[in-house]
Every structure is written in structure tokens, then in C-alpha cells.
Design a protein around this ligand. Structure first.
Ligand code: ACO
Length: 331
């Protein structure tokens, strides 16, 4: 195995196609809400949702396959797959199923759980293996099917989320296009946004029990999460820019986790980045958790908005609480 220090290039991206759309009008039939309320508070008009035939692994594999296609690489060339997800098909992990779906027979594959920060954390993790020369070709996938864990009778949360999967292909290169990053966690604020395990005690033998249960739907303190995001995200982007020896003036695109249009606007405003340099697909996808950054990246690249050499400041933030930023050059 090669052991030289190398850099990372982002050479391809892709996302899964989820044709079923749940509109704000549909939601208005399910809970007391309106298109006007949802659009004004969040920027969301619709979201895509997974149907019975869509497993998390199949969506992730589909995103991965389109990213490999753009990169003109075959699945057998992939050394490592990191699947960022909080909604696996299997609690033991779904990355190996993605590897099998893709036919990426040489790749080692594992899940990484960091909620809406998952994609940025996975990208940075992948880059460390590559910088050490351990792996040359890595597929980083962000995928979530939060519709499985949404309380569809809770209007405060059910209007926010959508399902999806997006992916990028990283290749070892002479020049490091991951210019800077920074990651943070604060478990003291865990209660602000959770999808907790809930169990009942079942007797095994005298004095010994097991805790059997399932996960409760997503619960969120919206105001706390909003405050956290608009304070912490600009800070961490500035730290990642500092590490990259860049300033906000050098950024071509601000690519944030698509949580809420008001968060995107507030962060851009604090960083003094004009709206035309902010990538947003909120209105069409809602919040797809770990999938939101790679889906937005994929759409912007395929639309010809993001071009090779463009500098992108990305940031994921959410449950944990966790947050992170990565500054990279596309292509
Ligand atoms: N439709 C109509 N009314 C609603 C809805 C809805 N879908 N949801 C809440 N309301 C009502 C509430 O019941 C409340 O009514 P009341 O005053 O009679 O009690 C009123 O609207 C205001 O509710 P708030 O919860 O205070 O609404 P807020 O202005 O804070 O907006 C929102 C809620 C959009 C979630 C906001 O807090 C926010 O943007 N939070 C950021 C959190 C976020 O984006 N989370 C995404 C997931 S986490 C992540 O990815 C980081």
C-alpha cells in the first residue's frame, strides 16, 4: 500500500431520483397548516419521499452509481465507501449493502452517523485516509429517509423533512482541493433535536432485564436549533476559511445544509455573502438531513452553476448537536 502524503480532488457527484412528491397542499390535508405558513417560515414548497420499494441502501447506491458515472470510474475501482446516514435499513449499518448493490467488490464500507452534519464529517474523514495515501478512490454518500421517523401528526416537524441521497467521488491528487475544515460537537444540547431510543423493560430471569423497544419520532426545539445554527455556522465557516488561508471574498458558493431558508439567509447575511452566491434547493427538497449538501451540490454542478475550480464553503449542522464546515475546490 502506498504511504505518501497526497491531496484530495472531488471528481464527480450524483443523486438518487425519488419521483414521489409530497407538496405543502398534501400536508395541509394531514395537519393544520398551509402552504403560506410553511413557505414563509421555511422556504419549503415540496419534498420528495421514499416509497415502499425504496430502501435507504438502494437510494444511496443509486446516488453513488450516478456519481461514479460522472467520474468515469467503475465500482470495482472504489477503495472505500462512507455512508453518512441516521436512518439505516439495518442498525448494524447499511454501507455494506450499498457496496453490494453497486458491485464495488474491492471497497471497504462503513456507516457514519452525525445527522445533518454527516456528509461534511464523512467528507473530512475520507480525506484523512486519502491524505495518508491509504485509499485512492472514495465514495462519500449522504442519505436519509427521515419520513420513516417523522411524526406525521406533528405539524411543527413533519413539514420540514424530505428523503433523498447524494454522493461525491474523491480521488487522490497532487494538489489538495479540500482547503480547510473544522468540526464540533456539543452533547449538552442533545435534547434540542433527537430521535431517541425508547424501551420497555422485559424480565429475562430474576433481577435481570432487557430493554426492548424502538425509536421515537424526531422531536425538535425549533427556536433553539435556529439560534444555534445562525450563531455557530458562520463561526465555523470562518474557522475553516482561516485554515484554508481564504476569506469570505474568495468563496464562489455558500453551500449549507438545507435546513431552512431563513437559516441560509441569516448565515449568508452574517458572512456578508450575497444571495446569488448561496445554493438553495429548499423549496423543492425540504430538509433531507445528511443528503442535503450532496444533492444541492449535484444539482448545481449539473445545472452548470458550479464550475471546475470554484471555491465552495459548505457547512452541515444539526442533531448531536454537531456542526462542521469544509472549504473545497470543485473538480
Ligand atoms: N403550520 C402552521 N402553524 C404552525 C406550524 C405549521 N406547520 N408549526 C408550528 N405552527 C404554529 C405553532 O403551533 C405556533 O402557534 P402558537 O403561537 O399558536 O403556539 C406558531 O406556529 C409558532 O410556532 P413556533 O414553533 O414558535 O414557530 P417558529 O417561528 O419558531 O418556526 C420553525 C418554526 C420554522 C421550525 C423555526 O423554529 C425554525 O426555523 N427552526 C430551525 C429548525 C430547523 O430548521 N430545523 C430543521 C431540522 S434541524 C436541522 O436540520 C438543523
Amino acid at each position: 500500500m502506498q504511504q505518501t502524503t497526497v491531496g484530495v480532488s472531488l471528481v464527480g457527484c450524483g443523486s438518487a431520483r425519488l419521483p414521489t412528491i409530497l407538496s405543502n397542499a398534501d400536508l395541509s390535508k394531514m395537519v393544520e397548516t398551509s402552504d403560506e405558513w410553511i413557505a414563509t417560515r421555511t422556504g419549503i414548497r415540496q419534498r420528495h419521499i421514499a416509497m415502499e420499494q425504496d430502501s435507504l441502501s438502494s437510494l444511496a447506491a443509486s446516488a453513488g452509481a450516478t456519481a461514479l458515472e460522472m467520474s468515469a470510474l467503475s465500482p470495482e475501482e472504489v477503495d472505500l465507501i462512507i455512508l453518512a446516514t441516521s436512518t439505516p435499513d439495518d442498525l448494524f449499518g447499511s454501507a455494506a449493502q450499498v457496496q453490494a448493490h453497486l458491485g464495488a467488490t474491492r471497497a471497504v464500507a462503513f456507516d457514519l452517523t452525525a445527522a445533518c452534519s454527516g456528509f461534511v464529517f464523512a467528507l473530512v474523514t475520507a480525506a484523512q485516509y486519502m491524505r495518508l495515501g491509504v485509499y485512492q478512490t472514495v465514495l462519500v454518500i449522504g442519505a436519509d429517509v427521515l419520513s420513516r421517523w417523522t411524526d406525521w401528526s406533528d405539524r411543527r416537524t413533519c413539514v420540514l423533512f424530505g428523503d433523498g441521497a447524494g454522493a461525491v467521488v474523491l480521488r487522490a491528487s497532487d494538489r489538495d482541493r479540500l482547503r480547510g475544515f473544522e468540526m464540533r460537537s456539543d452533547g449538552a444540547l442533545n435534547g434540542c433535536l433527537t430521535l431517541p431510543y425508547q424501551s420497555e423493560s422485559a424480565d429475562l430471569v430474576e433481577g435481570k432485564t432487557s430493554q426492548q423497544g424502538t425509536f421515537a419520532p424526531v422531536s425538535m426545539n425549533g427556536k433553539e436549533v435556529y439560534r444555534f445554527a445562525v450563531k455557530r455556522v458562520p463561526e465555523i465557516i470562518e474557522k475553516a476559511l482561516f485554515r484554508a488561508d481564504l476569506t469570505t471574498k474568495d468563496i464562489d458558493w455558500l453551500l449549507l445544509h438545507q435546513a431552512n431558508q431563513r437559516i441560509l439567509d441569516a448565515v449568508a447575511n452574517r458572512l456578508d455573502i450575497p444571495a446569488e452566491r448561496v445554493i438553495s434547493n429548499m423549496s423543492r427538497h425540504g430538509n433531507t438531513s445528511a443528503a442535503s449538501i450532496p444533492i444541492a451540490l449535484d444539482e448545481a454542478v449539473r445545472d452548470g452553476k458550479i464550475k471546475p475550480g470554484d471555491v465552495i464553503a459548505s457547512s452541515g449542522f444539526g442533531a448531536g448537536l454537531s456542526w462542521g464546515a469544509a472549504v473545497f475546490e470543485w473538480g
